[in-house]
Design a protein around this ligand. Structure first.
Ligand code: MG
Length: 162
């Protein structure tokens, strides 16, 4: 068994239109956009780091540098898919994923199931093995002031039985 943790934070930009943000591969309508080189999906970036961390493979910045032109506006799901390829290559599979998203809005609870479904699909596990939780920062700090969104993800891996 191997365990990994990942964390990510992105700056939120207020938007006059209902532009929306992407989290766990799901489009969430809201009056914000995310400032990022890729699509800025903090949950998928934290998940990628958790997977890499579990196998001591470095971090997302080494694998997918944010100054590389091919990573501009790249769907973050590709980071997870490519990382899962490495995980499998080393003989591991995902047991479960737990996550905490820190944000003030939009309200995540209506989207929990879609987010869990997408995460389960990306790491090749059951819906019941994926958890998404949300926390507000009670108006404090950059997340509380709606200037940023952050996510922490923990994954457990096990060796694929021969
Ligand atoms: Mg990021």
């Amino acid at each position: 068994m191997r365990i990994g943790i990942g964390y990510d934070l992105h700056r939120l930009i207020p938007s006059v239109e209902r532009a929306g943000i992407k989290l766990a591969g799901v489009d969430l309508p809201c009056f914000f956009t995310i400032q990022a080189h890729s699509d800025g999906d903090a949950v998928l970036h934290a998940l990628t780091d958790a997977l890499l961390g579990a196998l001591a493979l470095g971090d997302i910045g080494q694998w997918f540098p944010d100054n590389a032109p091919e990573n501009r506006n790249r769907p973050s799901a590709e980071f997870v898919t490519l990382t899962m390829r490495e995980v499998k290559k080393l003989g591991y599979e995902v047991v479960n994923v737990d996550s905490v998203v820190m944000l003030e809005e939009p309200k995540l609870s209506p989207h929990f199931e879609a987010m869990r479904r997408r995460l389960a699909e990306l790491v090749g596990t059951e819906l019941t093995s994926v958890s998404v939780k949300a926390k507000t920062m009670e108006g404090m700090g950059p997340v509380g002031e709606r200037k940023a969104i952050a996510a922490t993800v923990v994954v457990l891996l096990r060796e694929i039985s021969p």
